[in-house]
Design a protein around this ligand. Structure first.
Ligand code: ADP
Ligand code: LRH
Length: 481
């Protein structure tokens, strides 16, 4: 008999996709059945997600999945919809790149106390953490809200009618206690709401529910349930890392670069806080000890500024490969790059401030972006290893950036450590394999990762230069006093 199939709905900040997978002959076979663009929708009151359109696209995708035994949903962290007592969504969710948290986030931390906050939630400071978004939230909307649903949980609610909060994504909110893994009533209060607005937690592998009859009819899926996966996309991506060894580090590269380590528990030291590391939760009680780096957003926004599309990428990357190495680098963790806008202009400005030459061609600008990302990967991974007392023997680079050979090679060169690139769709892969585990088809993370390594073609990059020029470049990152 045929082995069961599973469907992954992976909503990324630049693209959504629906992927069908099955385990057959000891390999994971996947087919992408639907893909659609995604991004911030600018409205008079700020940047939002067009969640109605996202949901419509999810249904278009699900209609093409055949008859999977289950569906899993993952998406970016932190963003949420507020739902009233009758289940109505109170307006389109805000996009985390909206500027409404610009001033409130830092002043909240100043009054709460940065050490006190980190001791409770273990998160790095990102101005858009759910906690800060709630502080900036419209009081009337918050007052009318019965339930807060994170994006994948909102989609899951619309599919099944069941309410809940999946744990890995809940850990991105800043409202979860880093030690007990329960919602913190104190942090909820500090955010201006009652903890009862936060739904009961579910774990990856739990059943969310079966499809509502109307959805089953519309999609033709009459015998399919929704399973909670690592619904934070980065949690699913880390599940999908083909690691064969324990001393590995990772960079999940898409719209963001998430660079760090998988650990058995959080690092809540004051040094970790000052280095702005986060302790997000992974599946099976693991911790994702990492930093957010601006990622390929820098490239996406440059393309948009130049009036180009992703189809122009191969030619641009070829130009970048021919450009001179390491003439200028910028700090790819700087929040000046967070909001949508003219990225080449902001990069030029950062180069001037640090007395470096401004990249003069598009190829040089792209090279500057990729080298700056590689340098940020190096800094985050070296510091993570130091703070966690770990060695890094290999770096797994997964996500859309694994298609970028320059980025992979620069990362290996900057770190002086081999890079294994792929899978590109690590997130959908991790999503599918947590469902497969819930169906009893694989045992644990180790087995899952062996399966990924066997199933996907991986590229190996060994360092081709010494790290010296990168050390030199790093010294340019901050303005001379
Ligand atoms: P997200 O899930 O955050 O939306 P992805 O993991 O899909 O992001 O990665 C998107 C990125 O992948 C793009 O910004 C682009 O830089 C990169 N990418 C896509 N196709 C290619 C390609 N052919 N060559 C190099 N990079 C690519
Ligand atoms: C990556 C990601 C990241 C979050 C950001 C909001 O897609 O989920 O882990 O910090 O989006």
């Amino acid at each position: 008999t045929d082995s069961p199939t599973f469907a992954a709905v992976d909503l990324g900040a630049s693209n959504g996709r629906v992927v069908v997978g099955r385990i057959s002959g000891g390999l994971l076979e996947t087919t992408e059945v639907h893909r659609f663009p995604n991004g911030p929708a600018t409205r008079p009151d700020g940047a939002h997600w067009d969640v109605g359109e996202l949901f419509r696209q999810v249904l278009v995708g699900l209609r093409q999945t055949g008859a999977p035994v289950s569906v899993g949903i993952d998406s970016w962290g932190v963003d949420y919809g507020l739902v009233d007592g009758s289940g109505e969504l109170l307006g389109d969710p805000f996009h985390y790149r909206d500027s409404r948290t610009d001033h409130v986030a830092q002043s909240f931390v100043d009054s709460f106390g940065a050490p006190e906050l980190f001791a409770r939630n273990g998160l790095q400071f990102l101005p858009f953490n759910t906690l800060f978004q709630l502080v900036a939230e419209n009081r009337a909307a918050l007052g009318a809200a019965d339930t807060l649903l994170l994006m994948p949980d909102l989609i899951g609610y619309w599919l099944t009618g069941e309410i809940g909060a999946e744990l890995t994504n809940a850990s991105t909110t800043g409202l979860l206690d880093a030690r007990s893994h329960r919602w913190s009533p104190e942090l909820a209060r500090a955010a201006g709401m009652d903890v009862s607005v936060l739904p009961a937690l579910r774990e990856p592998g739990d059943t969310v529910g079966s499809l509502r009859p109307a959805i089953a009819e519309e999609t033709g899926l009459t015998d399919t349930s929704v399973i909670a996966v690592g619904s934070h996309d980065t949690a699913s991506a880390v599940v999908g890392i083909p690691a064969q060894e324990s001393d590995f580090a990772y960079v999940c590269t898409g719209t963001w670069s998430l660079a760090g380590l998988e650990l058995p528990g959080p690092v809540l030291t004051d040094r970790a806080r000052r280095a702005n590391f986060t302790n997000e939760l992974g599946v099976d009680g693991t911790v994702r000890f990492l930093r957010n780096i601006m990622g390929l957003w820098l490239l996406q926004e440059s393309l948009r500024t130049w009036g180009l599309t992703s189809g122009d990428l191969p030619a641009l990357l070829a130009e970048a490969a021919r450009a001179a190495p390491l003439t200028a680098v910028v700090d790819a963790e700087d929040h000046r790059f967070l909001a949508p806008g003219d990225m080449p202009l902001r990069i030029a400005q950062a180069c001037r401030e640090t007395d470096q030459p401004v990249p003069g061609t598009r190829g040089a600008m792209v090279r500057c972006i990729l080298e700056s990302l590689a340098l940020a990967h190096r800094r985050a991974l070296r510091e993570a290893a130091e703070l966690a007392g770990r060695n890094v023997e290999v770096v797994h680079l997964v996500g859309g950036g694994a298609r970028n050979e320059l980025l992979c090679q620069f990362t290996a060169d900057a770190l002086g450590v081999p890079v294994v690139a792929g899978p590109v769709e690590a997130t959908a892969t991790g999503n599918l394999l947590i469902q497969a585990r819930a169906a009893g088809q694989v045992a644990d993370l180790t087995e899952i990762r062996h399966l990924v390594a066997r199933s996907h073609p991986l590229r190996h990059y060994t360092p081709t230069t010494t790290t010296t020029p990168w050390t030199h470049a790093e010294s340019h990152l901050h303005p001379t006093p």
